[in-house]
Design a protein around this ligand. Structure first.
Ligand code: CP
Length: 305
Protein backbone atom coordinates (compact mmCIF):
# COMPACT_ATOMS: atom_id res chain seq x y z
CA UNK A 1 0.00 0.00 0.00
CA UNK A 2 1.40 3.39 -0.99
CA UNK A 3 -0.24 5.34 1.82
CA UNK A 4 -1.74 5.02 5.30
CA UNK A 5 -5.02 3.45 4.28
CA UNK A 6 -7.28 1.47 6.64
CA UNK A 7 -8.79 -1.34 4.59
CA UNK A 8 -8.95 -4.21 7.08
CA UNK A 9 -8.64 -4.34 10.84
CA UNK A 10 -5.57 -6.50 10.14
CA UNK A 11 -3.89 -3.27 8.97
CA UNK A 12 -3.75 -2.31 12.67
CA UNK A 13 -1.42 -4.07 15.10
CA UNK A 14 -2.37 -4.37 18.78
CA UNK A 15 -0.27 -1.24 19.45
CA UNK A 16 -2.11 0.61 16.66
CA UNK A 17 -5.46 -0.36 18.17
CA UNK A 18 -4.37 0.84 21.64
CA UNK A 19 -3.02 4.09 20.15
CA UNK A 20 -6.30 4.77 18.29
CA UNK A 21 -8.26 4.04 21.50
CA UNK A 22 -6.18 6.62 23.39
CA UNK A 23 -6.78 9.16 20.64
CA UNK A 24 -10.50 8.34 20.57
CA UNK A 25 -10.74 9.04 24.31
CA UNK A 26 -9.30 12.53 23.70
CA UNK A 27 -11.91 13.22 21.03
CA UNK A 28 -14.60 11.85 23.34
CA UNK A 29 -13.49 14.44 25.94
CA UNK A 30 -13.43 17.22 23.33
CA UNK A 31 -14.66 16.44 19.79
CA UNK A 32 -14.26 20.00 18.48
CA UNK A 33 -10.68 20.59 17.44
CA UNK A 34 -9.63 22.45 14.29
CA UNK A 35 -7.19 19.80 13.10
CA UNK A 36 -8.46 19.40 9.52
CA UNK A 37 -8.52 23.04 8.45
CA UNK A 38 -7.60 23.22 4.75
CA UNK A 39 -8.27 19.50 4.24
CA UNK A 40 -10.92 18.02 1.93
CA UNK A 41 -12.38 14.60 2.77
CA UNK A 42 -14.38 12.58 0.22
CA UNK A 43 -17.15 10.20 1.26
CA UNK A 44 -17.98 7.79 -1.57
CA UNK A 45 -20.92 5.62 -0.55
CA UNK A 46 -21.82 3.11 -3.25
CA UNK A 47 -24.04 1.34 -0.66
CA UNK A 48 -26.63 2.82 1.74
CA UNK A 49 -25.58 4.03 5.19
CA UNK A 50 -26.89 6.20 7.99
CA UNK A 51 -24.42 6.00 10.90
CA UNK A 52 -21.13 5.42 9.13
CA UNK A 53 -21.47 8.20 6.58
CA UNK A 54 -23.03 10.74 8.92
CA UNK A 55 -20.58 10.05 11.75
CA UNK A 56 -17.63 10.36 9.37
CA UNK A 57 -19.05 13.60 7.98
CA UNK A 58 -19.77 14.93 11.48
CA UNK A 59 -16.23 14.00 12.50
CA UNK A 60 -14.80 16.00 9.58
CA UNK A 61 -17.06 18.96 10.36
CA UNK A 62 -16.10 18.94 14.04
CA UNK A 63 -12.43 18.93 12.99
CA UNK A 64 -12.90 21.91 10.67
CA UNK A 65 -12.41 20.03 7.38
CA UNK A 66 -14.58 20.06 4.27
CA UNK A 67 -16.57 17.23 2.72
CA UNK A 68 -17.24 16.24 -0.88
CA UNK A 69 -18.86 13.02 -2.02
CA UNK A 70 -22.05 11.13 -2.73
CA UNK A 71 -24.46 8.85 -0.92
CA UNK A 72 -26.10 7.44 -4.04
CA UNK A 73 -23.85 6.06 -6.77
CA UNK A 74 -26.76 6.29 -9.25
CA UNK A 75 -26.12 10.05 -9.40
CA UNK A 76 -22.47 9.57 -10.40
CA UNK A 77 -20.68 8.58 -13.60
CA UNK A 78 -20.31 5.01 -12.31
CA UNK A 79 -23.91 4.68 -13.54
CA UNK A 80 -22.53 5.45 -17.04
CA UNK A 81 -19.98 2.66 -16.71
CA UNK A 82 -17.00 4.54 -15.22
CA UNK A 83 -14.71 2.06 -13.47
CA UNK A 84 -13.91 2.16 -9.77
CA UNK A 85 -10.27 2.74 -10.68
CA UNK A 86 -11.08 5.86 -12.70
CA UNK A 87 -13.43 7.16 -10.00
CA UNK A 88 -10.78 6.74 -7.32
CA UNK A 89 -8.04 8.30 -9.48
CA UNK A 90 -10.28 11.32 -10.11
CA UNK A 91 -11.36 11.81 -6.51
CA UNK A 92 -7.81 11.39 -5.22
CA UNK A 93 -6.96 14.43 -7.37
CA UNK A 94 -9.50 16.45 -5.38
CA UNK A 95 -9.42 15.18 -1.81
CA UNK A 96 -6.83 14.48 0.90
CA UNK A 97 -8.52 11.27 2.05
CA UNK A 98 -11.27 9.00 0.69
CA UNK A 99 -13.81 7.21 2.87
CA UNK A 100 -15.52 4.54 0.82
CA UNK A 101 -18.31 1.97 1.19
CA UNK A 102 -18.82 -0.51 -1.61
CA UNK A 103 -20.91 -3.65 -2.13
CA UNK A 104 -17.97 -5.63 -3.56
CA UNK A 105 -15.62 -7.46 -1.20
CA UNK A 106 -12.08 -6.30 -1.87
CA UNK A 107 -13.17 -2.98 -3.43
CA UNK A 108 -11.48 -0.94 -0.68
CA UNK A 109 -8.23 -2.90 -1.02
CA UNK A 110 -8.27 -2.32 -4.77
CA UNK A 111 -9.00 1.38 -4.27
CA UNK A 112 -6.07 1.67 -1.83
CA UNK A 113 -3.76 0.22 -4.49
CA UNK A 114 -4.68 2.85 -7.09
CA UNK A 115 -5.32 5.87 -4.87
CA UNK A 116 -2.81 8.65 -4.26
CA UNK A 117 -4.43 9.43 -0.90
CA UNK A 118 -5.42 7.19 2.06
CA UNK A 119 -8.55 5.06 1.67
CA UNK A 120 -10.67 4.32 4.73
CA UNK A 121 -12.88 1.27 4.24
CA UNK A 122 -16.39 2.09 5.47
CA UNK A 123 -17.58 -1.46 4.66
CA UNK A 124 -16.91 -3.71 1.63
CA UNK A 125 -19.63 -6.27 1.01
CA UNK A 126 -19.64 -9.04 3.62
CA UNK A 127 -15.90 -8.65 4.17
CA UNK A 128 -14.69 -5.96 6.60
CA UNK A 129 -15.81 -2.83 8.45
CA UNK A 130 -12.70 -1.79 10.38
CA UNK A 131 -13.87 1.58 11.74
CA UNK A 132 -17.00 -0.15 13.13
CA UNK A 133 -14.63 -2.52 14.90
CA UNK A 134 -12.63 0.34 16.37
CA UNK A 135 -15.80 1.93 17.74
CA UNK A 136 -16.94 -1.48 19.02
CA UNK A 137 -13.62 -2.02 20.79
CA UNK A 138 -13.75 1.52 22.21
CA UNK A 139 -17.29 0.84 23.45
CA UNK A 140 -16.16 -2.42 25.05
CA UNK A 141 -13.24 -0.69 26.77
CA UNK A 142 -15.37 2.24 27.91
CA UNK A 143 -18.02 -0.01 29.47
CA UNK A 144 -15.83 -2.83 30.84
CA UNK A 145 -12.75 -0.83 31.85
CA UNK A 146 -10.59 -3.47 30.14
CA UNK A 147 -10.30 -5.49 26.93
CA UNK A 148 -8.60 -8.64 28.20
CA UNK A 149 -10.36 -11.93 29.08
CA UNK A 150 -13.94 -11.00 28.17
CA UNK A 151 -16.70 -13.38 27.08
CA UNK A 152 -18.40 -12.09 23.97
CA UNK A 153 -21.59 -13.68 22.67
CA UNK A 154 -22.17 -12.81 19.01
CA UNK A 155 -25.67 -13.48 17.67
CA UNK A 156 -27.32 -13.52 14.26
CA UNK A 157 -25.88 -13.25 10.79
CA UNK A 158 -22.32 -14.43 11.26
CA UNK A 159 -21.94 -15.40 7.61
CA UNK A 160 -22.51 -12.02 6.00
CA UNK A 161 -21.92 -9.81 9.06
CA UNK A 162 -18.78 -7.87 8.20
CA UNK A 163 -18.80 -6.17 11.61
CA UNK A 164 -18.55 -9.61 13.22
CA UNK A 165 -15.67 -10.62 10.96
CA UNK A 166 -13.70 -7.49 11.82
CA UNK A 167 -14.57 -7.73 15.54
CA UNK A 168 -13.19 -11.28 15.84
CA UNK A 169 -9.87 -10.16 14.37
CA UNK A 170 -9.75 -6.90 16.35
CA UNK A 171 -10.48 -8.56 19.70
CA UNK A 172 -8.11 -11.47 18.99
CA UNK A 173 -5.29 -9.48 20.65
CA UNK A 174 -7.09 -9.53 24.01
CA UNK A 175 -7.73 -13.21 24.84
CA UNK A 176 -11.51 -13.25 24.32
CA UNK A 177 -13.86 -16.21 24.64
CA UNK A 178 -16.52 -16.20 21.95
CA UNK A 179 -19.96 -17.78 21.77
CA UNK A 180 -21.08 -17.76 18.13
CA UNK A 181 -24.88 -18.09 17.87
CA UNK A 182 -26.24 -18.53 14.35
CA UNK A 183 -28.57 -20.77 12.36
CA UNK A 184 -26.95 -23.36 10.10
CA UNK A 185 -27.44 -21.11 7.03
CA UNK A 186 -25.64 -18.15 8.64
CA UNK A 187 -22.79 -19.87 10.48
CA UNK A 188 -19.46 -18.13 10.81
CA UNK A 189 -17.32 -18.84 7.70
CA UNK A 190 -14.57 -21.43 8.20
CA UNK A 191 -11.93 -18.76 7.55
CA UNK A 192 -12.73 -17.04 10.87
CA UNK A 193 -12.92 -20.31 12.81
CA UNK A 194 -9.53 -21.30 11.43
CA UNK A 195 -8.25 -17.85 12.43
CA UNK A 196 -9.48 -18.45 16.01
CA UNK A 197 -7.93 -21.94 16.04
CA UNK A 198 -4.57 -20.60 14.87
CA UNK A 199 -4.60 -17.83 17.48
CA UNK A 200 -5.71 -20.17 20.28
CA UNK A 201 -8.94 -18.23 20.80
CA UNK A 202 -11.63 -20.14 22.67
CA UNK A 203 -15.03 -20.33 20.99
CA UNK A 204 -18.17 -22.42 20.85
CA UNK A 205 -20.81 -22.49 18.13
CA UNK A 206 -24.49 -22.62 19.04
CA UNK A 207 -27.70 -22.81 17.09
CA UNK A 208 -29.93 -22.09 20.09
CA UNK A 209 -29.97 -18.67 21.76
CA UNK A 210 -30.02 -20.13 25.28
CA UNK A 211 -30.02 -18.45 28.73
CA UNK A 212 -26.54 -19.92 29.24
CA UNK A 213 -24.93 -18.01 26.34
CA UNK A 214 -26.69 -14.82 27.40
CA UNK A 215 -25.97 -15.10 31.11
CA UNK A 216 -22.26 -15.88 30.90
CA UNK A 217 -21.53 -12.94 28.55
CA UNK A 218 -19.79 -9.66 29.32
CA UNK A 219 -20.77 -8.39 25.88
CA UNK A 220 -23.85 -9.51 23.94
CA UNK A 221 -23.27 -8.45 20.31
CA UNK A 222 -26.54 -8.69 18.37
CA UNK A 223 -26.63 -8.41 14.58
CA UNK A 224 -29.25 -8.04 11.86
CA UNK A 225 -29.92 -10.75 9.30
CA UNK A 226 -28.80 -8.94 6.14
CA UNK A 227 -31.54 -9.20 3.56
CA UNK A 228 -29.45 -7.41 0.93
CA UNK A 229 -26.80 -10.18 0.89
CA UNK A 230 -29.21 -13.06 0.07
CA UNK A 231 -29.53 -14.17 -3.54
CA UNK A 232 -32.57 -16.32 -2.61
CA UNK A 233 -35.14 -14.31 -0.62
CA UNK A 234 -36.90 -17.53 0.44
CA UNK A 235 -33.74 -18.36 2.40
CA UNK A 236 -33.93 -14.92 4.05
CA UNK A 237 -37.59 -15.48 5.00
CA UNK A 238 -36.62 -18.72 6.77
CA UNK A 239 -34.11 -17.07 9.10
CA UNK A 240 -35.12 -13.41 9.38
CA UNK A 241 -36.85 -13.74 12.76
CA UNK A 242 -34.69 -16.47 14.21
CA UNK A 243 -33.29 -14.62 17.24
CA UNK A 244 -35.15 -11.84 19.02
CA UNK A 245 -33.79 -10.44 22.29
CA UNK A 246 -36.58 -9.64 24.75
CA UNK A 247 -36.35 -7.78 28.04
CA UNK A 248 -37.07 -10.84 30.23
CA UNK A 249 -34.11 -12.63 28.62
CA UNK A 250 -31.61 -10.24 30.25
CA UNK A 251 -33.04 -10.54 33.80
CA UNK A 252 -30.28 -12.89 35.03
CA UNK A 253 -27.35 -11.48 33.10
CA UNK A 254 -24.07 -10.30 34.62
CA UNK A 255 -24.09 -6.81 36.20
CA UNK A 256 -21.42 -5.63 33.76
CA UNK A 257 -23.20 -6.96 30.65
CA UNK A 258 -23.59 -4.48 27.82
CA UNK A 259 -25.68 -5.17 24.73
CA UNK A 260 -24.07 -3.92 21.53
CA UNK A 261 -25.43 -3.85 18.00
CA UNK A 262 -23.75 -2.19 15.00
CA UNK A 263 -27.24 -1.05 13.86
CA UNK A 264 -29.45 -0.69 11.92
CA UNK A 265 -31.72 -3.03 13.86
CA UNK A 266 -34.80 -4.58 12.33
CA UNK A 267 -36.50 -6.65 15.02
CA UNK A 268 -33.68 -8.63 16.64
CA UNK A 269 -33.77 -6.46 19.78
CA UNK A 270 -37.26 -5.65 21.05
CA UNK A 271 -37.76 -1.94 21.71
CA UNK A 272 -38.44 -2.40 25.44
CA UNK A 273 -34.82 -3.54 25.87
CA UNK A 274 -33.76 0.03 24.96
CA UNK A 275 -34.71 1.26 28.46
CA UNK A 276 -32.35 -1.18 30.16
CA UNK A 277 -29.04 0.27 31.45
CA UNK A 278 -27.48 -2.77 29.77
CA UNK A 279 -28.55 -1.53 26.31
CA UNK A 280 -25.58 0.37 24.92
CA UNK A 281 -26.14 0.43 21.13
CA UNK A 282 -27.06 4.10 20.76
CA UNK A 283 -24.05 5.22 22.84
CA UNK A 284 -21.98 2.77 20.78
CA UNK A 285 -23.07 4.57 17.60
CA UNK A 286 -22.19 7.92 19.19
CA UNK A 287 -18.71 6.59 19.99
CA UNK A 288 -18.34 6.11 16.22
CA UNK A 289 -17.96 9.85 15.74
CA UNK A 290 -15.01 10.07 18.18
CA UNK A 291 -13.42 6.92 16.76
CA UNK A 292 -13.65 8.24 13.21
CA UNK A 293 -12.06 11.55 14.22
CA UNK A 294 -9.15 9.48 15.56
CA UNK A 295 -8.91 7.23 12.47
CA UNK A 296 -8.93 10.19 10.04
CA UNK A 297 -6.25 12.10 11.99
CA UNK A 298 -4.12 8.97 12.24
CA UNK A 299 -4.39 8.27 8.49
CA UNK A 300 -3.37 11.87 7.73
CA UNK A 301 -0.53 11.84 10.29
CA UNK A 302 -2.14 14.72 12.14
CA UNK A 303 -1.11 14.93 15.77
CA UNK A 304 -3.59 16.08 18.38
CA UNK A 305 -0.94 18.03 20.30
N1 CP B 1 -23.23 0.19 11.51
C1 CP B 1 -23.34 0.67 10.25
O1 CP B 1 -22.46 0.45 9.41
O2 CP B 1 -24.47 1.40 10.05
P1 CP B 1 -24.85 2.11 8.67
O3 CP B 1 -25.08 1.01 7.65
O4 CP B 1 -26.09 2.91 8.94
O5 CP B 1 -23.69 2.96 8.26
Amino acid sequence: MSNKSLVSITDYSKDDILRILKLTKKFDENPNRKLLEGKVCATLFFEPSTRTRLSFETAVNRLGGRIIGFSDAATTSSSKGETLKDTILMVSNYADIIIMRHHLEGAARYASEVSKVPIINAGDGANQHPTQTMLDIYSIYKTQGKLEDLTITVVGDLKYGRTVHSLIIGMSHFNPTFNFVAPEELRLPDYYKKFCDEKGIKYQEHIDFTPEVINNADILYMTRVQRERFTDLMEYEKVKNIYILKKDMIADTKDNLKILHPLPRVNEIQQDVDDSPKAYYFEQAKNGMFTREAVICDALNISIE
